[in-house]
Design a protein around this ligand. Structure first.
Ligand code: FAD
Length: 389
């Protein structure tokens, strides 16, 4: 046996790491995975539930196959603290010792940064983790009268899934266009610009959704009134019928509790060759929690997981990990029920910059198409199969 790896979080990053740690070590590593949720719910495609072309059932999967096929010790629980000195994690049922720890808890939300909404408000869902809140937001859109206003606020980056809010705006506008044509989508973006697929999103905002979507950049929330669902920015005051506040984000709570979020007290610094934490070398961090300057996507999370798994096996067998990792990221966004757009890049490790750097020649669509919609569906089915079976 090569030792015991404990993985915290059964999302895209953690589950992929657990699977490949078992497979690539030929079963010689013991791998325990801790995840509180009874099933896997995919954020990718969850905006389509808001548009009405997908149901939550289409995005909800059992963990059973991944557990059984790869011999992962599954612990349905939450990690409440990490003892870095004694190499143990604490669960509600007791302590678990590790030789190496992989932390993959996704993102946490920072409400203290929102003036007027210092904590979650039950009827203002973020729906930025797919699940109950996705359904709640869809139900709010269904109950809203024609002529109503949907307001979405986007936090200053970095946040999970850079194109996600703009895909969401298109999905809600698609629903309005066909069912509530007098309604509007107002996007209040704290950022100066759309950072991903800008030209392509603007084609939709100014084309198919002209008169429905209003986009405002540099629109940081100055004050928010949760009772009247009114938000004030530098330029205006807007009242929502359906209010979708996406809060500022930081590394998942367990990374904060362990004190590993050393970049701006938000994100975790890692070595991109092994994903070892800059603070604790036997702790590896992957997925949305890391500080990377890279988009926080499911595709990135699974790519990082594979590099991390290979590196852990090398380290546990006394070898040096591959010094020059390479991976790709493709990100599709649906602009209606059938058409999608994409951006694709290859990232290579740059030893001088100690960072993953996008190679020249990445690609973006020239326009939205049904064919890309089919590719987007295939992408989703492939990543679900790779992660969950
Ligand atoms: P997660 O997938 O969130 O997994 C984290 C897991 O850790 C969770 O299961 C959680 O329960 C568990 N956990 C947390 N704390 C603990 C604890 N203390 N103990 C035990 N377990 C814990 N990406 C794409 O590539 N393509 C897309 O089209 C796309 N669309 C998106 C659309 C939306 C609306 C959103 C919100 C995101 C989208 N993303 C997309 C981004 C993608 O969902 C994330 O980047 C990805 O989920 C990150 O993976 P992760 O494993 O880091 O986090």
């Amino acid at each position: 046996p090569l030792g015991h790896v404990v993985v915290v979080g059964g999302g895209f990053a953690g589950l992929t790491a657990a699977k490949y740690l078992r497979d690539w070590s030929m079963g010689n590593l013991k791998v325990s995975l801790i995840e509180p949720n009874p099933q896997f719910i995919s954020c990718p495609q969850s905006n389509l539930v808001l548009g009405g072309s997908k149901r939550m059932d289409d995005l909800s999967f059992s963990y059973a196959l991944a557990r059984k096929q790869h011999g992962i010790d599954w612990i349905q629980d939450s990690v409440t603290s990490v003892d870095l000195d004694h190499k143990q994690v604490r669960l509600s049922r007791g302590n678990l010792a590790y030789d190496r720890l992989v932390i993959a808890p996704g993102v946490d939300f920072n409400y203290s940064k929102i003036a007027g909404m210092s904590e979650p408000v039950p009827d203002i869902p973020h729906a930025w983790k797919a699940g109950k809140q996705t359904l709640q937001l869809r139900q709010q859109l269904e109950s809203m009268p024609d002529g109503g206003i949907f307001v979405m606020t986007i936090p200053a980056g970095p946040y999970r899934c850079p194109p996600g809010p703009y895909e969401r705006a298109c999905q809600v506008a698609h629903y309005f266009k066909h069912h509530k044509p007098r309604s509007k989508v107002i996007i209040l973006d704290a950022n100066a610009d759309i950072v991903s697929k800008k030209g392509l999103f603007l084609q939709s905002f100014q084309g198919a959704y002209q008169g429905i979507i209003e986009y405002h950049n540099n629109s940081e929330i100055l004050q928010l009134d949760v009772l009247s669902k009114t938000v004030k920015t530098d330029f205006e005051s807007v009242q929502a019928d359906v209010f979708n506040v996406i809060p500022p984000q930081l590394a998942g709570k367990v990374a904060q509790i362990a004190g590993l979020n050393n970049v701006d007290q938000r994100w975790c610094e890692v070595d991109f060759v092994s994903y070892a934490s800059a603070i604790a070398p036997e702790v590896h961090i992957i997925g949305d929690s890391i500080s990377a300057g890279l988009p926080k996507s499911a595709h990135m999370a699974t790519s990082q997981a594979k590099i991390c798994a290979a590196a852990i096996i090398d380290l546990q067998t006394g070898q040096a990990p591959n010094p020059l990792p390479v991976f790709a990221n493709t990100c599709y966004s649906f602009v209606d029920d059938r058409q999608a757009i994409h951006v694709a890049n290859v990232y290579r490790y740059d030893p001088a910059k100690k960072s993953m750097v996008a190679a020249e020649g990445g690609g973006v669509s020239s326009k939205a198409s049904v064919q890309e919609g089919e590719y987007a569906q295939a992408w989703a089915e492939n990543i679900w199969a790779d992660t969950l079976t």
